[in-house]
Design a protein around this ligand. Structure first.
Ligand code: G3H
Ligand code: 13P
Ligand code: ZN
Length: 284
């Protein structure tokens, strides 16, 4: 099936009141794990390439691998740029066939973020693609910041309303207490803020840094209007855990396929479990 846009899958998610999983892909085994999980669960799926993925694999390889996987799949697949850094980079991805790009202008002032995101949105829309923007700062679990500092980075609901109205983004990533990477403690999400943002913003909302967020909080976030959920860290953990186990248990094994194959299967199980949690199974 040819790629579909983010707008298409999130419009259906809004109608059905579920969230679609967005999984970070860096190599062939990861792409296969995600697509096979989506096929087996009959779930729409978003494969996203981060800055690290583009550096590691290169845009040509990433696009070709995901295209090959999507060509033989029967579920809707979105190829999305995760945390795009510049106008030029988003254009390069769109030229390669991405059907969605994120422009992350969250480190700019509100006015600059709006101006830069709007520019990307105009071109993305003219090319038939979708765009995700970010307002508020999501950051990393390794950032050594206090709770007060963290709260200051949370998305302001009134600004979110203005941002979406002026940029025309198809999805909005918000900061409500999650962070990228493995959490040291249990993340606490600001659900009242989520409700406030959802009441003011018609665009579907995106939760980044969802690895390690308790299942109950994820369910509450989906009930509160989250429609795209980004998972990377838990995929890395599953893959690496399996590789370590095989290398330890079978030190004489020299066939990479016999190490990476089971790692792919371990990752696939995590993807399937997340899809069930997000409510998107059987929706393709
Ligand atoms: O949002 C960040 C993702 O988890 C991926 O980061 O650039 O190390 O691939 P990365
Ligand atoms: P985690 O690595 O914390 O799952 O976050 C993924 C993410 O938000 C990618 O944009
Ligand atoms: Zn992210």
């Amino acid at each position: 099936m040819p790629f579909v846009t983010l707008k298409e899958v999130l419009t259906a998610a809004e109608e059905g009141q579920y969230a679609v999983g967005a999984f970070n892909a860096n190599n062939m085994e990861i792409v296969q794990a995600i697509i096979e999980a989506a096929e087996e669960e009959r779930a729409p799926v978003i494969l996203q390439a981060s800055q690290g993925a583009l550096k590691y694999a290169g845009i040509g390889y990433i696009t070709a691998i995901v295209q090959a996987a999507a060509a033989s799949s029967t579920v809707p697949v979105v190829l999305h740029l995760d945390h795009g850094t510049s106008f030029e980079q988003t254009m390069q991805c769109l030229k390669h066939g991405f059907t969605s790009v994120m422009f992350d202008g969250s480190h700019y002032s509100l006015a600059e973020n709006i101006a830069l995101t709007r520019k990307v949105a105009e071109v993305a829309h003219a090319m038939g693609a979708s765009i995700e923007g970010e307002l508020g700062r999501i950051g990393g679990t390794e950032d050594d910041i206090s709770v007060a500092e963290r709260d200051a980075f949370f998305t302001d609901p009134a600004e979110a309303q203005q941002f979406v109205a002026e940029t025309k983004v198809d999805a909005l990533a918000i900061a409500i207490g999650t962070a990228h990477g493995p959490y040291k403690g249990e993340p606490v999400l600001d659900f009242a803020r989520l409700t406030d943002i959802n009441d003011r913003v018609a665009a579907p909302l995106v939760l980044h840094g969802a690895s390690g967020v308790p299942d109950d909080s994820i369910r509450k976030a989906v009930a509160g209007g989250i429609r795209k959920i980004n998972i990377d860290t838990e995929l890395r953990q599953a893959f690496t855990r399996a590789v370590r186990q095989i290398v330890q248990e079978k030190p004489a094994e020299i066939d990479p396929r016999k190490i990476l194959g089971p790692a792919k299967e371990a990752m696939k199980e995590v993807v399937k479990a997340k899809m069930r949690l997000f409510g998107c199974c059987g929706k393709a």
